[in-house]
Design a protein around this ligand. Structure first.
Ligand code: CTP
Length: 421
């Protein structure tokens, strides 16, 4: 999608750099239009480097390209973050004294303004009247967050976090897409993002399950969730409608993705099974515990748990958890037939052993693709880079990926999925 990111002259301009990254990583084509004042906070080279495009503030540069009209006309979304009191006033009254206000006057796409300023300026009757006017005209206003402002004061006026702004923008794009579809104008995918997975419903599991033993202890594993989150981000950027079933992870929810948090393997199973009937693709990247404690103690198990033998250590009985991936494969039929991708965490003693174990697992699990990960104390878990082999059911071909970032691995996995859809 073509996005114009307007940046007005407020200290929160630095946060717009992160918003820009989210847009570009999501596959959007972004032109940044800062005001002259914004450049006092973040300079043109930053905007230019991050967007990969030249940056102009005035209408007088590259006049032959008629940017002051074209940028607004061609945009699918204009978002101004931060929008200062001055920018809001100029927009409300239709002034066109710089490139950004020209863009706002020529845009017929959704416009999102994210005001950020000191509380007194935000609450001033003039600003509030301007906001009301813009809102009546259909501009989407993202109210400022409350909290610490520049200096010692705090109150409403903070620019919301870039991830939250990005989520609002994706929703506005999606709404515009469905309005266009309803009126017969170029049908847009459900997320508003065009791409090879547009309109596909994908379910991704991520993170490590935790199997509670008592109120303070659990059996867990080292999965960070990073690979599953990267898969979710890349799928969303390719237009998929993504539900991420997240077991334990310290990661923040990725933008533009619906996240369902779960704890145990059984909770993960229930969440995934409810989603499978609607899914086009299911990717099991979660590290699911194979075993759980046979009994859960309601109270913390005390160190001296056996009065007859104060030094004895307890024995923990385990029971097998169901194999969720194999279960999904088993219920696939004519009405429900998502592409199913498994992950295999293997610690072989050499590439061949790892691949052999992978092939054996692919046959056993019956999924369409198996992404074989080499794991070990210092490999894969929690790292940003990954080395994987992608195996296909019924084929001897192996796609080797890496060492590469988890986003690059995710891209290779989606390429392989797309070839099966
Ligand atoms: N998986 C699952 N349910 C389980 C265990 C694993 O759905 N109870 C999924 C994982 O999400 C992953 C794949 O199965 O996609 C392989 O996980 P892995 O731990 O490598 O394999 P296991 O089947 O547990 O076999 P083993 O531990 O013996 O290697």
């Amino acid at each position: 999608m073509k996005v114009v990111l307007g940046v007005a002259g407020g200290i929160a301009a630095y946060k717009a750099a992160s918003l820009l990254r989210l847009f570009t990583e999501g596959g959007h084509d972004v032109t940044v239009v800062p005001t002259a004042a914004a450049l006092h906070f973040v300079g043109a080279p930053t905007w230019s480097a991050l967007s990969g495009k030249p940056v102009a503030t005035e209408v007088w540069s590259d006049v032959h390209e008629v940017k002051h009209v074209r940028l607004g006309q061609e945009a699918d979304l204009v978002v101004v973050a931060p929008a200062t009191a001055d920018l809001i006033a100029r927009a409300a009254h239709g002034l066109a004294d710089d490139l950004l206000t020209n863009v706002l006057l020529t845009a017929s796409c959704p416009v999102v303004l994210a005001p950020a300023m000191h509380t007194e300026m935000w609450e001033h009757a003039a600003t509030q009247a301007n906001i009301a006017l813009l809102s009546e005209r259909g501009v989407h206003i993202v109210p400022p967050a409350s909290g610490r402002l520049t200096g010692k004061d705090s109150g409403p006026g903070r620019l919301p976090e870039p991830e939250d702004l990005y989520a609002v923008c994706l929703r506005e794009l999606a709404r515009a897409g469905s309005r266009a579809a309803a009126s017969g104008v170029s049908a847009a995918p459900a997320t508003g993002v065009r791409g090879p997975l547009a309109g596909r419903r994908v379910v991704i599991t991520a993170g490590g399950t935790r199997e509670p033993l008592d109120p303070v202890r659990y059996l867990g594993n080292n999965s960070s969730g990073k690979q599953g989150y990267a898969l979710a981000r890349v799928a969303a950027s390719r237009g998929a409608v993504v539900t991420l079933v997240a077991a334990h992870t310290a990661l923040a929810d990725p933008a533009g993705v619906q996240v369902q948090r779960v704890g145990t393997a059984l909770e993960l199973k229930a969440a995934v099974e409810a989603l499978v009937p609607e899914a086009d693709v299911v990717v099991m990247a979660a590290a699911v515990a194979d075993f759980r404690p046979a009994a859960y103690a309601d109270h913390k198990i005390k160190k001296t748990h056996d009065p007859a033998d104060p030094d004895a250590a307890p024995t923990i009985d385990l029971v097998r958890n169901p194999d969720i991936l194999a279960g999904i494969v088993a219920v696939r039929g004519s009405t429900v037939s998502p592409v199913v991708v498994g992950f295999a965490a293997e610690t072989g003693d050499g590439e061949h052993a790892v691949l052999d174990l992978g092939r054996e697992k692919l046959a056993r699990k019956g999924c369409d693709l198996l992404v074989v990960n080499e794991v070990g104390a210092d490999r894969t878990f929690g790292k940003d880079d990954n080395l994987v082999h992608i195996l296909r059911q019924g084929s001897d071909d192996v796609t080797e990926v890496g060492p590469a970032s988890k986003d690059d691995v995710a891209a290779a996995v989606w390429d392989a999925v797309q070839s099966l859809l």
